[in-house]
Design a protein around this ligand. Structure first.
Ligand SMILES: CC(C)(COP(=O)(O)OP(=O)(O)OC[C@H]1O[C@@H](n2cnc3c(N)ncnc32)[C@H](O)[C@@H]1OP(=O)(O)O)[C@@H](O)C(=O)NCCC(=O)NCCS
Length: 182
């Protein structure tokens, strides 16, 4: 196949990015399990996506951060969240950023739309936030390049932090978006 013949998924249509609520917990749990089963992106495997894990990040994001979902025909096909770690010294930081898009809806612009809305809300509504942090495994090149296009910068590497399913270890890469750099 030549470059021009490679099929590109069409843009996902008819989805909206909006704030999530507590009612979305079951659908967000199901989405994370689906993406966890896919492997290679999330640190948690499908069987490690517990209701407690999802409830904790949903509640923290609602109370001290941002949580958004992408909805298509009533189904949640993507989610993004981040929240302040809680201590006063970190009051200007949103951390624990995680983004997922349903395997069947990936590469259609949903992740980009979620991120753009999150960054727009930080710019508009959270002047206190100067720094947003995330971590991605080194082999998730596509995600790392995507974050760099959005303005995140690499801040080093956590050598051998991730144990690979197929054996061996790989680095985890910390990235941050800084308001000053925008
Ligand atoms: C990473 C993820 C959130 C991206 O969301 P997405 O909806 O698939 O991505 P988008 O379609 O919005 O594309 C975003 C960027 O990814 C890149 N991209 C998209 N499809 C790609 C593909 N098939 N191959 C390589 N890069 C691709 C492009 O750089 C694109 O940027 P562009 O808008 O300038 O073209 C999503 O794929 C996902 O959930 N992956 C599994 C879980 C995961 O890895 N989460 C992140 C953990 S750190």
């Amino acid at each position: 196949l030549s470059q021009t013949q490679i099929a590109v998924a069409p843009p996902a249509r008819g989805f909206q990015v909006e704030s999530a609520g507590c009612d979305d917990l079951p659908a967000i749990t199901a989405l994370y399990r689906e993406v966890g089963r896919q492997g290679g992106g999330l640190a948690r495997r499908g069987d490690e996506i517990t209701e407690e894990y999802v409830a904790e990040f949903v509640h923290k994001s609602l109370q001290q951060g941002i949580i958004l979902v992408a909805r298509q025909n009533g189904s949640i096909i993507g989610e993004i969240h981040c929240y302040s770690p809680g201590l006063q010294v970190f009051a200007h930081v949103f951390g624990a950023l995680t983004v997922v898009v349903h395997p069947q809806a990936q590469s259609q612009g949903v992740g980009r739309a979620l991120f753009q809305e999150l960054l727009a809300r930080v710019q508009r509504g959270h002047p206190e936030i100067l720094r947003i942090e995330l971590v991605a495994r080194e082999s998730n090149l596509r995600a790392i390049q995507f974050y760099e296009k959005l303005g995140f910068r690499r801040e080093g590497r956590f050598e051998n932090r991730i144990r690979r399913d197929q054996g061996g270890y790989e680095a985890d890469i910390p990235l941050a978006w800084l308001r000053m750099a925008e």
